[in-house]
Design a protein around this ligand. Structure first.
Ligand SMILES: [Zn+2]
Length: 831
């Protein structure tokens, strides 16, 4: 989150840069001759085999385009996590580039129909506006080709003189993001250069390609934990409101050559059907253009769904915009690969039985053979052009549909008892979580109000209720909140109304998700593309009842619209955010030396653990495999954390021969022995989810994982929020409510023999376990141990069956980690 003052300063600078550049453009001769090609600058054409441009080469090329082309204006949005510039290139006709501020204003008016008072005014905006299209490349850095493609694509738009390109430039404004993860481009480019010509050429780098999030950098688009997400969210949903967002990805090597929407089931019920239809229309246009150009292996209606929220292409749906994804088959980074018919025949996913069989959604299978980065790049360029050409041809329709969706969202509910708003009552003793949640909402353009005077309301708790008999494997759930009597809500509370342009973003973030029971023909659970539930207040441990009636009419309420997170922080007497430093006070009640295990095998759960510790200013060191093997852990640490990872991965690491020797091998048996010594000597070992397995087996704990080996036809819970019963008399559970929502993602549950050394801190609830998402086989979870500590020698092992820090979103369960560390034994008392 960014402070209000720095936002204003930042905006002023950006406007200034834009104005200056526009002036320079006006003085420029209208000649395309001096525009350098990527080849003339890089020495190779982007997409050539075994070539790669790093981030400084990419930004340098875009700077040159900015200087030489009157169709291109480049802006720096800010700095990435590791301080690289994050840029966007505006590409349009010269006269549009000169008038960017005007078009930005039109977009802002269309995005909020309350700002348009007359039909005439609206029609003028529709007549004059341009369709704004954002294209983002290589958010996943190993899906590298699009970042290289971005230079060639920009060059072609800057220099082409044909009628089609001129139409596109006239009618659209392209926001081209060469990569929303600059750090990752360099991680991959440096690694690729280091390994090219070695046996490891084309392998993925053995580290997270985002400092904290790795692949999860594309799971952050409602939480806005990462700097990159914050900067681009501001560009898209505060400033420019693109009608179409195209996020360019790559998938595995052996399946379809290219996926493009329509998507697979289930759809998110809160995405407008009109948006889903428009997504499908654009997808089919791309597929048809690829077919016309002779490309085979294009797949639609498979694997990827619109259920989950938090992706680059899913956030737009909740801003009334069209989100498009493409997934090209990967080469080996920038090295060609070969795919055999047998590999294609073995490649199967929901919506595609195998990659050799022609079906309606996959009419022209690719015949196998060599697959080059150039193939990927050509398909991505056709797709990008196809989308822009649709935007250009149907300019008015796109603008009108976008505006109309926002307008419909303002209509009052039809029925009495429907949700009008969500309330965040004052006095929850969760101030940092409240500030974070409201700050994230405001940063993505959701309107949040503070009550400056009390309100009288009828509330509904909106909790999931099972409607079938216990013991049945498949649950049937409905959102069932009994209404309260009219009650007074104190001033200082916050309220988020549904009648705002982003109505369904609010609903989708506040309401519990009910994922449909989807089983395969064999009766196993059909895996969702990502998580099944994410309800934000539940993850953050914040009470947020639905408001179904308000006594005071609108003119009789005293409300203040909040501008940024710091306003909330000031209300709650929290230290203000200033620049990049997190203002949160370290919640651990004693100085404790923490080691977080970071193996050579990259692990997103480890990255998010570091993120959470950095955000809460809790000091730690990373423990590498070599450190674990060396031992002497008690002299360095009081507590060691094993983020969720399988026991095999922790012990064995990357297999020898797959990567350079320094990246292979895990902690090994020596590391296990040293961990045992560490605990026996008084250390605290904290295990998250899968890592509990290592402790249970290697330490022979009197505990077992009751879910181990269970088929998904019997039990399945993929990314959902479940209820815990907390023993808050135990120091680790202290100060927490007796019922606490926790994040379960194919996680663990334990049973323990009666043993004086095992203390249970939390159990999965005895009934109504599911709070949001999907839970098949609830009886397998009811009453099982979710969190326990086990005494071993002079030390303790803390077993978290669930993910207490999942994706940096589960602020509700973070206090369990801080409490555990607060109760660790500092070594000074040991020695
Ligand atoms: Zn991807």
């Amino acid at each position: 989150m960014i402070s209000h003052r720095s936002v204003i300063a930042c905006l002023a600078v950006m406007l200034c840069i834009a104005a200056l550049s526009a002036e320079t453009i006006a003085q420029r001769p209208v000649s395309q001759a001096s525009i350098p090609s990527p080849k003339s600058v890089l020495g190779f054409t982007p997409g050539d085999d075994r070539t790669i441009a790093g981030w400084s080469q990419i930004t340098d090329y875009f700077e040159r385009l900015d200087r030489t082309s009157d169709r291109v204006l480049v802006q720096t949005l800010g700095q990435s996590t590791l301080k690289r510039p994050l840029i966007v290139a505006f590409i349009s006709a010269r006269e549009n580039i000169l008038a960017l501020p005007k078009y930005k204003e039109i977009q802002q008016l269309l995005a909020d129909p309350r700002k348009i008072s007359q039909t005439l005014h609206r029609d003028q905006l529709l007549a004059n506006g341009k369709v704004v299209v954002a294209i983002s490349c290589s958010i996943h850095s190993t899906e590298i080709v699009a970042s290289q493609m971005s230079m060639q694509f920009a060059y072609e738009l800057a220099t082409a003189a044909d009628a089609d390109t001129r139409d596109i430039l006239q009618n659209t404004i392209l926001l081209l993001i060469p990569s929303p993860n600059p750090d990752g481009i360099d991680i991959v480019a440096n690694w690729y250069r280091k390994t090219v010509g070695t046996p490891y050429e084309g392998k993925e780098p053995p580290e997270l390609y985002h400092h904290y999030a790795g692949h999860d950098d594309n799971r952050d688009w409602f939480m806005l934990n990462l700097k990159e997400t914050q900067l681009i969210t501001r560009l898209l949903w505060h400033d420019w409101f693109p009608q179409i967002v195209y996020d360019v990805h790559q998938q595995g090597s052996n399946g379809s050559r290219f996926f493009i929407p329509p998507f697979y089931d289930p759809p998110n019920p809160h995405i407008s059907p009109l948006l889903l239809r428009q997504v499908g229309l654009i997808g089919h246009k791309v597929a048809a253009d690829l077919q016309a150009a002779g490309f085979k292996g294009v797949l639609t209606n498979a694997l990827y769904d619109t259920w989950w929220h938090g992706g680059f292409r899913t956030a737009p749906y909740f801003h009334n915009s069209i989100g498009i994804l493409s997934e090209a088959a990967s080469a080996k980074l920038m090295t060609p690969g070969t795919v055999t018919v047998e590999q294609l025949a073995r490649s199967s996913t929901r919506g595609m039985r195998n990659a050799t069989e022609a079906t309606t959604n996959f009419p022209d299978p690719w015949p196998a053979g060599q697959w080059r980065p150039r193939d990927i790049m050509k398909m991505e360029m056709i797709a990008a052009r196809s989308i822009l050409s649709m935007a250009s041809k149907f300019r008015v329709e796109y603008l009108r549909n976008f505006h109309e969706l926002g307008r419909k969202n303002l209509e009052p509910p039809l029925n009495k008892g429907e949700t009008l708003a969500y309330l965040i009552p004052a006095g929850q003793a969760r101030d940092e979580a409240v500030a974070k949640m409201l700050g994230s909402l405001i940063d993505q353009g959701v309107e949040v109000f503070r009550l400056d005077r009390e309100l009288h309301v009828v509330l509904s708790s909106q909790t999931l209720q099972r409607t079938n008999a216990p013991g049945e494997k498949l649950g049937t759930y409905k959102i069932n909140g009994p209404f309260t009597a009219m009650q007074e809500v104190p001033a200082g509370s916050y309220i988020v109304f549904l009648n705002q342009p982003q109505r369904y973003n609010v609903v989708t973030l506040f309401e519990p998700q009910i994922y449909p029971n989807r089983l395969t023909a064999q009766g196993e659970a059909e895996r969702p593309y990502d998580v099944a539930g994410w309800t934000l207040p539940l993850q953050m441990g914040i009470e947020s009842p639905a408001v179904v009636a308000i006594r005071e009419p609108a003119h009789d309420r005293k409300l203040t619209l909040l501008k940024d997170a710091n306003e909330v922080r000031a209300d709650l007497a929290l230290p203000l955010r200033n620049g990049d430093e997190s203002p949160i006070k370290n919640p651990v009640k004693q100085p404790v030396r923490v080691g977080i295990y970071k193996g050579a095998m990259s692990n997103m759960d480890e990255g998010w653990t570091r993120f959470v510790f950095d955000t809460f200013n809790v000091p730690y060191s990373s423990i590498r495999d070599v450190d674990a093997r060396q031992g002497g852990l008690n002299s360095k640490f009081d507590a060691v954390i094993l983020p969720s990872q399988s026991s095999t991965q922790i012990i064995n690491g990357n297999v020898a021969g797959t990567l350079p020797p320094e990246y292979t091998g895990g902690i090994s048996e020596a590391g296990v022995k040293n961990l045992k010594e560490f605990v026996n000597n008084g250390g605290m070992l904290i295990c998250f989810d899968n890592a509990c397995d290592l402790a249970i087996k290697e330490f022979n704990l009197p505990v077992r994982n009751t879910l181990e080996g269970i088929r998904s036809s019997e039990f399945y819970c993929p990314g959902s929020i479940v209820a815990l019963d907390i023993d808050n008399k135990n120091p680790i559970g202290s100060s927490l409510p007796p019922k606490l929502p926790a994040y379960f993602i194919n996680s663990s549950a334990f049973a323990a023999a009666a043993d004086a050394n095992v203390r249970v801190i939390a159990r999965y609830a005895k009934e109504n376990v599911l709070l949001s998402g999907w839970l098949l086989g609830e009886d397998k979870l009811r009453g099982q141990i979710a969190l326990a500590e086990v005494s071993v020698g002079k030390g303790r092992i803390v077993l978290f069956g669930f993910r207490p820090q999942h994706r940096g979103q589960t602020w509700g369960t973070l206090p369990l980690i801080w409490n555990a560390l607060s109760s660790a034994t500092p070594s000074s008392s040991e020695e």
